[in-house]
Design a binder for this molecule. Structure first.
Ligand SMILES: O=C[C@H](O)COP(=O)(O)O
Length: 329
């Protein structure tokens, strides 16, 4: 089975999704967005126990999860050598013998995600692979550097070859209910991204309420976000299932009203294979199979791949290796 970036191997339809062009800021729509916290929590509490994917199906879903990972390193001690090792892992995320046993070929991660300073090293290491480099720009993670500098950072990341830009929004615009300011900021970020796809990081752990998450999701999509993303991985609370449910329902609402599909990226703290399966089943149930492709779904994760590889090794050999054998990714 070949994992092709453009074609869904199961349905064989070509994935040529038009980019979300955005809409005018519709304050009535934003104000109407609500989130029923207790209903959301009830729905999410059922998820971990309800679906149990076993054996070959589980292995297939874990391989699918790998193809959806933005393999990430966002550390103060990142070096070009570490980024090159990460890129080698992105090109061959699972040992060749295991992959052959599983009957797969050509599996890569969805992207590699790095700070701006590391874009050049990643672009060089991934040359010719078709694996895009995503840059976290705009004063990641706080997003509090001067606005012109945040725009200049996007320009620099695009010029260095990043095909995807993960921007961080100004949380204060949400906390102060200044939706116009959030819309204008997001629109300017999108314009500076040009052809590069833009993922809007909401930093949901800092937005106070699920209703704010719903409204911020809508405003970013109205301003032209290609993806909405939960977290930087640096907040004290990062991706959660309740936040995910709110964001993917905002995506569904936006699709139903505009006809444009926006992608979803849960990020931060997703490090276990079994958690990745819960996220994938949530997406399948709420948005459908079309969203289970790299152009519409990514995991932002620095250590998920290691656990998935460990589970796949167990599936093939019947034995677990030590976790430290899968340190990178
Ligand atoms: O965007 C990706 C996140 O920063 C990764 O977070 P993580 O290190 O908790 O997996």
């Amino acid at each position: 089975m070949t994992m092709n970036r453009q074609t869904d191997p199961e349905t064989a339809h070509t994935l040529a999704e038009p980019r979300n062009p955005g809409t005018a800021l519709d304050m009535k729509w934003v104000a109407a967005a609500q989130a029923n916290t207790s209903a959301i929590e009830r729905r999410c509490a059922q998820l971990p126990g309800r679906r149990s994917i076993k054996k070959d199906h589980q292995a297939a879903w874990l391989l699918k999860a790998i193809s959806l990972i933005d393999l990430t390193t966002l550390s103060g001690d990142d070096t070009a050598a570490r980024v090159r090792r990460l890129c080698a892992k992105a090109r061959q995320p699972v040992r060749a013998d295991l992959l052959a046993e599983l009957g797969f070929e050509g599996l890569t991660t969805g992207a590699v995600c790095v700070y701006h300073e590391m874009v050049e090293a990643a672009v060089t290491a991934l040359n010719g692979t078709g694996i895009p480099v995503a840059a976290v720009s705009t004063g990641f993670p706080a997003g509090l550097s001067p606005f012109p500098l945040r725009l200049a950072e996007i320009d620099a990341s695009v010029a260095a070859g990043a095909e995807e830009i993960d921007i961080v929004i100004s949380r204060r615009h949400v906390l102060e209910g200044n939706w116009q300011a959030l819309y204008d900021e997001m629109k300017a970020f999108r314009e500076h991204c040009g052809e590069a796809h833009v993922k809007a990081i909401l930093a949901t752990g800092e937005l106070g309420t699920l209703r704010n998450v719903a409204r911020a999701s809508l405003v970013c999509m109205m301003a032209g976000a290609d993806f909405i993303k939960t977290s930087t991985g640096k907040e004290s609370v990062n991706a959660t299932l309740p936040v995910s449910l709110v964001m993917i329902r905002a995506i569904r609402d936006y699709y139903e009203r505009t006809g444009f599909r926006v992608g979803y990226k849960p990020a931060g703290g997703i490090s276990k294979a079994k958690d990745s399966l819960i996220y994938l089943s949530l997406i399948k149930e709420e948005l459908g199979d079309r969203w289970l492709q790299p152009d519409l779904f990514r995991f932002g994760a620095s250590s998920l791949l290691g656990d998935i590889e460990r589970q796949l090794e167990h599936h093939v050999t019947g034995a677990y290796s030590a976790a430290n054998r899968h340190a990178m990714g």
